[in-house]
Ligand binder design. Structure first.
Ligand code: GLV
Length: 313
């Protein structure tokens, strides 16, 4: 029995190496390797080529290489009973929190303004707004949002969260303001100087960040998008930046990755654009998740990390 790594060749290598190291006796195949499809028990993938799952008669599960499973769940031929697994890596959540705080501080401490002054050899100090007077609004209340909330709190930056429905937060975050539902979203947006999206992509979050919602942010607010590109209506963001309603945005994810060279975000003076680097799950942890899941499924147990297909994460 075997695992098949269904990833573009430029991404596959580190996962292949991690799986081979963790399970030296298990055949691990890449798409192009000659192999018997009837031997494949688990697929490690980011998205699924149509017809692939149907060609693997003994497939027990599909595992994502990260936290998001939206591309896997979008496969029209994914059998409803096939377990789909996500990887939950606290170190990845930390890395995303570092990225978010780096972007938030870059904006709140006005680094682009001082970089522009430096280019002119211009010495000028501007009044500083204490972090304690700024408000970070977090869309999401899962592990990533929680890591961001902790990092923000440690810097004295007030945080509030928003989620689909009420969900208990860990004791150290239990005192945080947490909003829910459409009315709660409007309240959170109105009170966010920096809005951070950590949401998973689901039908409910697709195009959530449109003109109507982004306009509810206070004038001069800043957007940090580490969720999924499909949650943001790009043209609406651009209009609100150009109209001066929003002060800027940091984008790490896009509807099409990489965005084409002519995409406006590459060159917009108010946009910081990075290539989906906020955080990556450790390859060894991805391999361990696959192997633990395989063991559990062979023993008739439910593996850790199975996503709730109805919720979409
Ligand atoms: C990254 O985007 C992930 O889903 O892990």
């Amino acid at each position: 029995m075997a695992i098949r790594v269904h990833l573009p060749p430029r991404f596959a290598e580190p996962y292949l190496a991690a799986l081979r190291q963790a399970a030296p006796d298990l055949p691990i195949w890449l798409d192009g390797d000659p192999h018997d499809p009837a031997q494949v028990e688990l697929l490690l993938a980011w998205s699924l080529t149509p017809g692939l799952v149907a060609s693997l008669p003994r497939l027990r599960a599909v595992c994502s290489i990260g936290a998001g499973v939206d591309k896997l769940l979008a496969a029209p031929d994914l059998p409803p009973e096939l377990p789909v697994l996500r990887v939950s890596d606290p170190q990845q959540n930390q890395a995303i929190a570092q990225y978010v705080l780096a972007c938030a501080l870059r904006h709140l401490r006005e680094l682009p303004r001082y970089e522009a002054q430096q280019a002119q050899a211009h010495w000028r100090r501007h009044p500083q707004r204490p972090l304690a007077q700024c408000r970070l609004g977090l869309l999401g209340q899962g592990a990533v949002a929680q890591a961001v909330a902790r990092a923000a709190q440690a810097l004295g930056l007030p945080v509030a969260l928003w989620g689909r429905g009420p969900r208990p937060l860990p004791p150290d975050l239990a005192g945080l303001r947490c909003e829910h539902g459409e009315a709660g979203l409007a309240r959170l947006l109105a009170d966010s100087d920096v809005l951070v999206c950590t949401l998973p992509l689901t039908p409910a979050t697709e195009s959530l960040l449109d003109r109507a919602r982004l306009s509810q942010l206070p004038r001069g607010a800043y957007l940090i998008q580490v969720g999924r590109g499909e949650q943001l209506v790009d043209a609406d963001l651009r209009a609100l930046l150009d109209e001066g309603h929003l002060a800027g945005a940091a984008l790490d994810v896009y509807r099409v990755e990489p965005p084409p060279p002519e995409h406006w975000a590459w060159r917009h003076p108010l946009v910081f654009a990075s290539p989906h680097i906020a955080g990556e799950a450790r390859h060894a942890l991805v391999a361990a998740t696959c192997l633990d899941a395989l063991r559990a499924l062979r023993e008739g147990r439910t593996p850790a990390g199975v996503v709730d297909r109805t919720a979409g994460y």
